[in-house]
Ligand binder design. Sequence first.
Ligand code: SF4
Length: 141
Amino acid sequence: MKKEQNFECPDPTTDVKVNTANRKVAINDYAYGPADPRKENKEFWQEKADIWGTDIDDVYNMRCGNCRVFDVTPWIQDCIGPVASQDDDYFAVAGVEIGYCRIHEFKCASTRTCDTWVAGGPMNSEIETEDIEEARERGDL
Ligand code: SF4
């Protein structure tokens, strides 16, 4: 694993206002959710199943936590900081991993998902941040 040269923390990881604005876009335009993943949220998951042309059992496993653009590299975790300082109460729930969405550019929770989930994640020791950025610039994501 390597950290790209000249790495700087993305603004949303350190600026709550920017993060909140980007998260609103993810919610409104890409149906990021559900609001409380601890609940069944059958309607939410059925909508995702319809979008992806699969059944609800499959989409339960298609979450930020295993999305290819869910960045949980050590350097992003350093940017994000302690879970207790997050701007979303849900982040404090045990077992929820916080990462950085490289597509929608906000801090997201491993137990949620959105309409643009990408297979093959998370981005950690095996997928480098720069690979994602390059794919994004090419329009592959
Ligand atoms: S693109 Fe992936 S990491 Fe970003 S919000 Fe959607 S499911 Fe989560």
